[in-house]
Design a protein around this ligand. Structure first.
Ligand code: CTP
Length: 403
């Protein structure tokens, strides 16, 4: 999944021959899952038709301050367009438009929107080689970048004039991957590796029976999605669950028993920056797995159980660079017990859910948590969806790893 998925992309098209390539560019944004609106300068319509771009973007194209042809002339609100955009991409950006952007000129809808946009602005210059090399253009490009705008550099090649040199607009595929990379590299967990355990474990009794629990795995999966959306590479070690996730940055490792989860977790632990144990690991397992199905005989039966390995405690004992987070599900003396776990297992944060809170815990779609850090600071949160809880947890982690 592209980082552009769900993003609002405002594409500004100006009057250069490369405008014909914006049809492809709009398609690529749409294919990446973005929503697209297009603003054209009046002169750019000589190079590509508004009908092409409105059809491909699935939205009307904007180019004037109001729509003359309509019965009730409607004002095109440039402030609204600017606010709608998560990113504003001016491509192709001609020397003329770039100079106006650098100097605050505002004589068309695109420029008015640029001046009022709050989002990040990317621009892809497109012009002839001598124009591109001219000191006044260089000055313009530097000035625009000094305002925080991001330049997608022009490429070298054959130009519309027939000359060969620098000035060609970057290819649409390059523009899209440039923006994707730029977004990824500005995310707070870019370059970080995160290990998450999720779901229940099943402890076999015989070939057909097991001891398990009601953990849905939802909390761990939401944590994984949240980490990936923040730019991290995620290893999600999960017990049996109905939850599914498809994300380029998430590697799912399926396990069944506590021992499997222990082994998988320890395979990856050394290389990660953050580890979160959200799994409901069985504390005990049958001392022996019967080879054959146990037949019913007497009225009562008992199973001998032995302790499983505590995965989180083991990660705490081995801890080096890792920021380690555990969960605690308590029914009494919650804070005291959670702090006890935090200290015993050598954690940096513990997420406490109390079973006394309605809607919190295991099977629910919601959770109500208190986070306690190594300095015993306690932060309480309201009842929220597990996706929102995941965001709260990562906010607290990021504050501490970047401190
Ligand atoms: N955990 C784990 N491996 C285990 C048991 C627990 O990694 N074998 C992790 C859980 O994923 C959770 C935390 O430890 O993050 C707390 O688990 P919990 O079972 O509540 O705590 P315990 O220390 O086992 O204490 P108790 O059962 O007495 O409450």
């Amino acid at each position: 999944m592209s980082v552009l998925s769900g993003k609002n992309v405002l594409l500004g098209v100006t009057a250069g021959i490369a405008a014909y390539k914006t049809a492809h560019l709009v398609r690529l944004f749409i294919k990446a899952g973005a929503k697209v609106q297009v603003i054209m300068t009046p002169a750019s319509k000589d190079f590509v038709t508004p009908l092409t771009l409105s059809t491909l973007s699935k939205n009307p194209v904007h180019s004037t301050f109001y729509n003359k042809d309509e019965e009730n002339e409607l004002w095109n609100n440039h402030v609204d367009l600017g606010l709608w955009a998560d990113l504003f991409v001016v491509a192709p950006a001609t020397a003329n438009t770039l100079s106006k952007m650098a100097n605050g000129t505002c004589d068309n809808l695109l420029l008015a929107t640029y001046l009022s946009a709050k989002s990040k602005v990317y621009f892809a210059p497109a012009m002839d080689l001598d124009m591109y090399k001219h000191p006044s253009t260089k000055n313009t490009l530097e000035k625009l970048q000094s305002f925080g705008n991001v330049m997608i550099p022009a490429e070298s090649g054959e130009l519309a004039s027939g000359l060969v040199g620098e000035g060609r607009m970057a290819e649409p595929t390059t523009i899209v991957s440039f923006i994707e990379q730029d977004i990824l590299s500005s995310l707070p967990l870019h370059g970080k590796k995160v290990l998450i355990t999720a779901g229940p474990t099943y402890e076999a009794i015989d070939p057909v029976r097991f001891i398990g629990n009601h953990s849905s795995g939802k909390m761990g999966f939401e944590l994984a999605k949240c980490a990936a959306n923040l730019g991290a590479h995620v290893i999600l070690v999960t017990g049996p669950t109905n939850e599914r996730v498809q994300h380029a940055l998430i590697k799912v490792v399926d396990v069944v028993s506590a021992q499997d989860m222990y082994d998988a977790t320890h395979t990856y632990y050394n290389e990660v920056d953050i580890a979160i144990a959200a799994a409901a690991v069985a504390d005990y397992k049958p001392s022996k797995i019967e080879d054959q199905k146990i037949k019913k005989k007497s009225d009562a039966m008992s199973l001998e159980m032995v302790k499983t390995k505590d995965i989180l405690a083991s990660m705490g004992a081995m801890k080096k660079q890792q920021f380690l987070v555990g969960f605690a599900l308590e029914t009494m003396n919650e804070i005291e017990n959670a702090i006890g776990k935090l200290e015993r297992k050598n954690l940096d944060l513990i997420v406490l859910n109390s079973l006394q809170d309605k809607g919190a815990g295991f099977k629910n779609a919601t959770n109500k948590i208190t986070i306690i850090d190594a300095s015993k600071e306690q932060i309480g949160f309201a009842l929220k969806s597990k996706a929102e809880v995941a965001v709260d947890i990562f906010n607290e982690i990021i504050k501490r790893i970047h401190a």
